[in-house]
Write a protein that binds this ligand. Structure first.
Ligand code: FES
Length: 285
């Protein structure tokens, strides 16, 4: 059976949904939306943190297996340390992954794949933990074999992680196709159409734009939420931010920056002026 057929079945595996619901609730209890979760989402980086962190345990564990295969007895201590360091790196890596996964809302297909991805990586960590214990107990051969089993499980988890990003678009900015237009002042809407402390969705130069009025000032940003594509013109204006109606990401009105996740990528931001009762915008560079 093709890998793509298997992942397709996984995406449609409704029996996973009760597990997904229970785990989502548990993760959201341990990691409610807030500054800690934002750090794990990678808001401070401007893109998701989890894909960066996964390279750490995988790199360390790959190095250990390389030493196991090529260095014989002289590489045993170093291999054990690499395996142990990789196990230690699992905690922040998994926390970042759970943070992102828990904010996929009702997107059931990536959530089903994501929970199997996490289960596979948990099995990997267990194999590598057992490998480290075996090595510490002097049983290098057993440690090496357990590490190879861990590597096989990492491959499964890695494949599913790649599928989540490349096929499901998890962690990919939904503004990727937006163009930085208009570059010159362009008419957007009559000022009278934009209510006080309200939001208006408009099309300008082929781009979807959210015009926002807050405390008498007019702002403009891309209308498609960078997280999972939520419609920002349907969002609410709060504390100098536009709040996405889907998962609550907050984008600063003044520059489109992310004030609160789960989004980690800023919105396109526009300069705004009002001339003769018409709102005009141009992309901010
Ligand atoms: S789509 Fe998820 S926060 Fe906007």
């Amino acid at each position: 059976m093709k890998l793509s057929t298997m992942t397709g079945r996984l995406e449609r595996a409704k029996p996973l949904d009760p597990v997904v619901r229970v785990v989502t609730n548990a993760v959201n209890k341990v990691l409610p939306q807030g500054p800690v979760k934002d750090v794990l989402h990678g808001r401070w980086l401007g893109h998701p943190l989890h894909p960066l962190l996964v390279t750490v345990p995988i790199g360390l564990w790959s190095g250990a297996s390389f030493l196991d295969i090529t260095s014989g007895e002289s590489g045993r201590d170093a291999a054990r340390r690499l395996v142990g360091a990789g196990v230690l790196a699992v905690a922040p890596t998994a926390a970042a992954g759970w943070a992102d996964w828990s904010e996929l809302g009702s997107s059931s297909r990536p959530k089903r794949v994501g929970i199997v991805h996490a289960a596979s990586n948990t099995v990997s960590a267990a194999f590598y933990g057992a490998s480290w214990l075996a090595r510490r107990g002097g049983n290098h051969r057993r440690g090496r074999d357990l590490a190879l089993l861990g590597a096989a499980s990492v491959a499964v988890g890695g494949y599913l992680g790649g599928h989540l990003s490349y096929n499901e678009g998890v962690g990919v900015s939904r503004n990727i196709d937006a163009q930085l237009k208009p570059t010159e002042w362009t008419d957007a809407a009559p000022a009278a159409n934009l209510p006080d402390d309200g939001v208006l969705g408009v099309h300008v130069a082929g781009q979807q734009v959210a015009l926002v009025c807050s405390q008498g000032e007019v702002y403009a940003m891309g209308a498609t939420c960078s997280h999972l594509g939520g419609p920002l013109p349907q969002g609410a204006v709060q504390d100098g931010c536009l709040v996405c109606p889907w998962h609550g990401s907050r984008f600063r009105l003044r520059d489109g920056g992310v004030a609160r996740g789960p989004a980690s990528v800023p919105q396109i931001s526009y300069d705004v002026r009002t001339l003769a009762g018409r709102i005009q915008i141009k992309v901010r560079r």
